[in-house]
Design a protein around this ligand. Structure first.
Ligand code: ADP
Ligand code: MG
Length: 383
């Protein structure tokens, strides 16, 4: 039994160390938070990180054990024998129940509406769509500049559908050092079918769907055809599984991926406009100490071309400056306009470069009209 001397906060580090050593990361965290919230001066550099790491290890171990048990019990396809490839897949694709929804994504009203109508409704009302002879269809490809919320929207979509979310890092699937990609893919698709509803998300799909012919190896060809075959199988029987993918480089995605029943719907996730940036900044500041008189309008006026990720960088930088001041002055200094002004000198917007490339494709490579949304966006912002 570990006992704490409540009246001796100086013992905090050794108590927390002891709890960590006993594998009781949760208690270590509560103890640390309790004492440091009463007296922030007792914060120990690096200790919270070590607690977090211990918690993550516990969670990871539990998750792996669960996935392993499931596979042991049911086999890769829910029927067969326990299976090594399914175990490998379970390690690659971590199903989760995301705790976020559209309210956690700033702006993108038009995209959210499209997702609701074209993705969530058919997903939730397959009978209605069948009556109108409308196939709920294959997958949806989200595309747009980096850092503007594609991955966030995919997770939020799963949250809105109260579906499991399986995030497949395409580069890990392709990694030839960890097993055969074909078997891994098959196991991932099987895992998605096993428990529905599920959103199966392939992030940075261009790694897999790169234009064929350009130095595509035998190895990659095999993976691509397996992937397409799995998608085609899904188009026949896709009850309860929604397939989403995202890319920053839609022009690098092979046309074979966009055929009917595959990623036959594309959704443009544009850089955030003024209103969206306002919302994103509000979300970023929601749980941080902010000076009541802060002039966010003035800050936002300087954020043309910022992505959501750029805005997060900006807020983090402003927060760092406020922390520095707090440390120097010995009292908590909330984030104020001046911190943002200084941060704006350091953080640069990143969407312009992407838009330059996109402009060329919309102008010269828009053969099937697949970049109409980009063209409309460029027109709207006057370019
Ligand atoms: N619309 C948004 N609302 C809130 N936060 C955003 C938004 N877009 C981007 N972010 C922030 O930037 C981070 C990166 O966004 P992400 O969805 O990974 O971009 P993408 O997948 O398009 O590259 C998010 O985790 C979030 O913190
Ligand atoms: Mg992403």
């Amino acid at each position: 039994m570990l006992r704490f001397a409540a009246d001796n906060p100086a013992a905090l580090p050794s108590e927390v160390e002891a709890l960590l050593a006993f594998g009781r990361a949760g208690e270590a965290e509560s103890r640390y938070r309790l004492v440091t919230s009463a007296n922030p001066a007792l914060e120990q550099p690096g200790l919270m990180e070590r607690i977090e790491a211990a918690k993550a290890r516990d969670l990871g171990a539990a998750g792996n054990v669960l996935a392993f048990n499931r596979v042991q019990a049911h086999g890769a396809d829910g029927r067969g024998e326990p299976d090594e490839q399914a175990i490998a897949a379970a390690h690659l694709s971590f199903a989760e129940n995301v705790g976020i929804g559209f309210a956690d994504v700033g702006g993108h009203a038009a995209v959210k509406r499209q997702i609701e109508r074209r993705i969530i409704a058919p997903f939730q009302k397959p009978g209605l769509f069948a009556r109108f002879r409308r196939n709920a269809g294959g997958g949806v490809l989200l595309y747009g500049p980096p850092g503007c919320g594609k991955t966030l929207l995919a997770r939020a979509t799963a949250g809105e559908c109260q579906a499991r979310f399986i995030n497949v890092p395409v580069t890990d699937v392709l990694d030839k050092y960890i097993g055969e990609p074909e078997r891994k893919l098959a196991a991932i698709f099987a895992d998605a079918r096993r428990e529905t509803p599920t959103v199966l998300f392939f992030d940075e799909i261009e790694a897999l769907a790169g234009k064929r012919g350009h130095s595509t190896s035998q190895h990659e060809m095999g993976v691509i055809s397996t992937f397409l075959a799995e998608m085609d199988g899904f188009a026949q029987n896709n009850a309860g599984v929604l397939i989403l993918a995202a890319t920053n480089m839609p022009w690098a995605v092979d046309a074979a991926f966009r055929r009917s029943g595959r990623f036959d719907r594309m959704l443009f996730v544009p850089p955030p406009d003024r209103d969206a940036r306002t919302e994103i900044l509000r979300l970023q500041l929601a749980d941080r100490p902010v000076e009541p008189g802060i002039d966010l309008k003035a800050v936002l006026a300087q954020t043309n071309g910022f992505s959501g990720a750029d805005l997060r960088n900006l807020t983090d930088t402003a927060a760092d400056l406020a922390i520095e001041e707090s440390v120097d002055s010995g009292t908590e200094v909330p984030i104020a306009t001046r911190h943002f002004r200084e941060a704006l000198g350091e953080v640069r917007p990143t969407t312009a470069e992407w838009l330059t490339t996109a402009r060329n494709f919309a102008k010269y490579g828009n053969t099937g009209g697949q970049y109409d949304e980009i063209a409309a966006f460029l027109k709207q912002i006057g370019q």
